[in-house]
Each structure stands twice: as C-alpha cells, then as structure tokens.
Design a protein around this ligand. Structure first.
Ligand SMILES: Nc1nc2c(ncn2[C@@H]2O[C@H](COP(=O)(O)OP(=O)(O)OP(=O)(O)O)[C@@H](O)[C@H]2O)c(=O)[nH]1
Ligand SMILES: [Mg+2]
Length: 497
C-alpha cells in the first residue's frame, strides 16, 4: 500500500524546497551586503579605508580560528603516558613509608633490583606479547635456535616468562622474553606475568595472527602508552595470499601509525603435524617445521639494537617505576583500609562499653565527646589527611543532629539485633542503648574512613550522607558484629562487678 507514504514524501520535499529558497535568499543578501560594503569602502578616504580593512581582516581571521578550534576533530590520544611519570626517589620514599607500616614490600624491591640489574648488564631486552597461539614461542625458536620453548596448537602453552638469547643478522645479541599469551579464559595470573615482563623490556613485539580484535587493540594501545618502541608483527602471514596480506597490513598501518614503530608481516614458522601413508599402506604421524620468514622484523629489531640500550633505558625505567608506584599505592590503600577497619572496631567497642557504664546514656555525650574526636583523628592519620580541630567539631555536631533524628530508627534496629541474640535480652535495657551506640560509632567510623579514602579530605556533607545510609540499612553482618561486641562487653562488666 504505497498511499500512506505519499504525504510524508511531500512534506519532506516541501521542507527541502523552503530550506533551499531560504539558503539562496541568505546567500544573495550576504553578497549584496558585501558589495555595498565594498562600494562604501572605495568611497572612503585612504586613512580611513586601510584601518577599516585591517580590522575587518582581523575579525574574520579571529572568527575563522575560533570556528576551527571548535570544529576540528579530536586528536588521537596516542602514546599518552599511562600514569604520570614517577621518579626513582619518589618510589623509594613510598616503599619506605610502606615498610614503616609493616607492609610486605619484598616484591616491589625485587622489581627495582631487577630494573638496576638489567641496566647494569647493558643487554637489550625485547618482550614478545600477544594473545595465546599467536606464535610467540615459535618466533623465539626462530630467533634463538638453541632455545626450545614449548610450542603447541593448543592456546595457553606457555605458562611462565622465559628468557632466551637471540642473535640478529648483523651478529648483535638480544634477550628475548617469551611470555604467556593473553586472552585465555581464567588467565588473569598468567596475563599479569606477561604484562609485568612487557614493562621490564626495552621494546615489545606485539604479535597478532589476524586483524586486531577490540581486546587486542586496547592491549596494544596500553603497551604503546608507556612510550617504549613497539613493533607490531602480523604473524602466520603464510596463511594469506599476497592481496589479503597487503590489505591487512595497510589497515594495520593506518590504525596504528602512532602506536607502532614498525608494522610487519612475518611467518614465525612453528610446526605442523600430519599423517602420511607409507608404501606398505601403514599410516604414520609426522611433525615438521614450517619455514620461517622474518626479514622485515629482523630489520626493525636491527634498527632498534643500533640505537643502543642507553637510548632505550629511560622509557623502560619510566614504565617499571610507574608500575611499581601504582602497586605501592595499591598496597598503601589496602593497608589503610585494614588499619581503618581495626580502628573502627576499637572505637565501637569503647562506645559500647561507655554506654553500658553510663547511668543515663545520651547520644550527644558520646558522639560529641572525646571518643568521637579520637576516632576522627585516628582515621585521618591512617589515611594521611590533615584535619583541623574546627572541622572535627563541625562534623561531630552535624552527625550528632543526624543521629538524634534517627535515634528511634537506630533503637528499633538494635531491638532487632537483640532478638537475633536471645542472650542479650536478659542483660537488661542498657544493652539496647549500647548496641545503638555501637551502631552509630560503627556507621560513623565506616563513613569517615570511606570519605577519607575516596576524597582525601574530611568532606562533612559526604560523611553525613554515608552515615545516614549506613544507619538506615545496617547490613546483617554489621548488626551481628556490634551485638556481639555488646554481649562480650556486658559479660565482662558483669564478671568485673
Ligand atoms: N601457519 C603458521 N602457523 C604458525 C606460525 N607460527 C606459529 N604457528 C602455529 O601456531 C600455533 C601456536 O604457536 P605457539 O608458538 O605455541 O604460540 P604462542 O603464542 O607461544 O602460544 P601460547 O604460549 O599458548 O600463548 C602452533 O601450532 C604453531 O605451529 C606461522 O608462522 N604460520
Ligand atoms: Mg608460547
């Protein structure tokens, strides 16, 4: 039924016609205006004409520049450093701080020691990198004939990092690192080994056996972000005919012009198994090596080696330091979280004990009192955030109001906790309040710790929002923990008294 379509087409046509007419009118008007402007300009005396012309040109130029700034396509985020550069002294200080907090730093120190060892050795380190079964181990075997890395059609054959001494055509030596492939299901640990080794190398050869997938693309850009030389090798080129290979290479060259120093097609070789029939009719399994074709990669590696390790060392060092710094920060954060958790438990217990001891407990008394201040101070120290006395007071006053408004709620929740722990009921009404205080302190402590961790400042509004959320819906695990604290404290105070 073509009928209903007709009006729509008509409307479109009409709109187009009106648009075209308007545009034409606009063009004519502009031209007209320009002509008039020109005529008047010609009539003006010279001393007025020249400055006016200059001003008009400047205005047009400025407008053009502004339009270009707004409309120009975003530049490629090529080779942007992954993390801000970290100096060796900075990393050493961070490790010192961690050691002072009794954090295990041996792995970080080992990484730095390896950094120094490689620099002192003067050897050129090249890491191969790529998804499983792209032919990394095969390439090692082709470049380092004495090496015998395991090669298999099954992905995930290489499980550890292996170093092999290889030789380039001009006789120069280099150390090749064979690493586990990425992209294996559940291969996170192996993938980390590969990534760490890639950062330790002077240069990386990224191997692919076809056009890059989205995951490979991200991986390659991440590697290139460290600013070290990256060679992209399209392996198993023997599987493509000349036209296919050329088209693939063109595409890769267009996409990774900024990331890769060279983009080459190679055949690492590898081996193939097949069955053949003997003269007597028996069948036998044979394995034979495929011929390797590595010339363009050898050229690229040769050019790299010709630069010498000294030239390649700074980028290598920056990559390792950035990674060690990142891991140090991660350790520091985890340690702060652990210490904060202990501090919150300590103060929650004190709040509970205090509430049990008080004749007529009042929430303000505890929250605004010394206990609250001490909790804030300790958490701030743990997270390395400087806080002023004034801010602590403001925080406690504000949270005090929140708690007062939610007291009925907190008591109701505490009542539920008591039901879950029948033993608590027999300890009397004071326990209900003690649990309520415990909950308040536990919530306050976690809220402050999270704010400090996320914002690196004592953001009062943020703490309050978090306290409110925590008090409104305390998780069962928290409830039980606080109730148990109250139970223990009540028993202790009974046996004391
Ligand atoms: N056709 C062809 N096959 C190759 C080539 N290079 C390697 N292969 C085959 O690809 C498969 C995987 O080779 P490996 O060298 O084990 O690959 P890998 O990247 O080390 O694999 P993982 O260790 O599992 O990450 C093997 O069956 C090789 O024979 C090549 O140039 N052409
Ligand atoms: Mg391998």
């Amino acid at each position: 039924m073509p009928r209903p379509r007709l009006p729509l087409r008509f409307v479109l046509f009409a709109a187009l016609a009106i648009g075209a007419a308007l545009l034409l009118g606009l063009v004519v008007m502009t031209l007209n205006g320009l002509l008039e402007f020109y005529q008047r300009l010609v009539e003006l005396p010279l001393w007025l004409r020249v400055p006016l012309l200059v001003a008009t040109a400047a205005f047009a130029g400025g407008l053009g520049w502004l339009l270009w700034r707004l409309a120009r396509p975003a530049r490629h985020p090529a080779a942007a450093p992954v993390a801000p550069p970290v100096s060796r002294a900075d990393v050493d200080t961070r490790i010192d701080h961690l050691r002072q907090r009794a954090v295990e730093t041996a792995a970080l120190e080992a990484e730095l020691a390896e950094l120094d060892r490689r620099r002192a050795s003067g050897e050129l380190y090249v890491a191969l990198f790529g998804e499983i079964s792209t032919g990394k181990s095969s390439l090692i075997r082709a470049l380092a004939p004495e090496a015998a890395p395991e090669i298999d059609v099954r992905g995930g054959t290489t499980r550890q990092v292996g170093h092999h001494r290889g030789r380039l055509s001009d006789g120069r030596e280099l150390i090749l690192a064979d690493v586990p492939g990425t992209g294996e299901v559940d291969g996170v640990v192996h993938e980390q080994l590969a990534r760490d080794e890639a950062l330790r190398a002077h240069a990386v050869v990224y191997l692919a056996a076809s056009d890059l997938t989205r995951a490979q693309d991200a991986e390659l850009r991440w590697l290139a972000g460290f600013g070290k030389p990256l060679l992209l090798a399209l392996n198993k080129a023997d599987l493509y005919d000349d036209a296919q290979r050329g088209a693939l290479l063109d595409r890769l060259r267009q996409r990774y012009l900024a990331q890769a120093r060279a983009i080459v097609a190679i055949s690492a070789g590898g081996s193939e198994r097949y069955e053949r029939t003997l003269a007597d009719g028996r069948r036998e399994k044979v394995e034979r090596d495929r011929a390797a074709e590595l010339a363009p990669l050898l050229d690229a590696l040769g050019a790299l080696a010709a630069r010498g390790t000294d030239a390649l060392e700074p980028a290598r060092e920056a990559a390792v330091l950035a990674e060690v710094g990142r891991r140090g920060d991660e350790l520091a954060r985890a340690t702060a979280r652990r210490e904060a958790e202990l501090a919150v438990t300590k103060y929650t217990r004190r709040a509970v004990v205090g509430a049990l001891a008080a004749v007529a407990p009042g929430s303000d008394l505890l929250i605004q009192g010394a206990l609250g201040t001490a909790l804030v101070r300790e958490l701030a120290r743990i997270h390395g955030v400087a806080v002023r006395e004034l801010d602590v007071e403001a925080l406690l006053a504000r949270v005090g109001l929140t708690v007062r408004n939610t007291t009925a709620l907190v008591l109701a929740i505490a009542g539920n906790a008591m039901k879950a722990f029948p033993g608590l009921g027999t300890l009397g009404g004071g326990v209900l309040h003690a649990i309520a205080y415990g909950l308040v302190f536990d919530s306050l402590g976690h809220a402050i710790a999270d704010t400090l961790a996320d914002r690196a400042s004592l953001d009062v509004a943020d703490v309050e929002t978090r306290v409110r959320a925590l008090l409104a819906e305390p998780a069962r695990e928290r409830l039980e923990r606080v109730a148990r604290l109250a139970l223990d404290a009540a028993r202790e105070s009974k046996s004391d008294g």
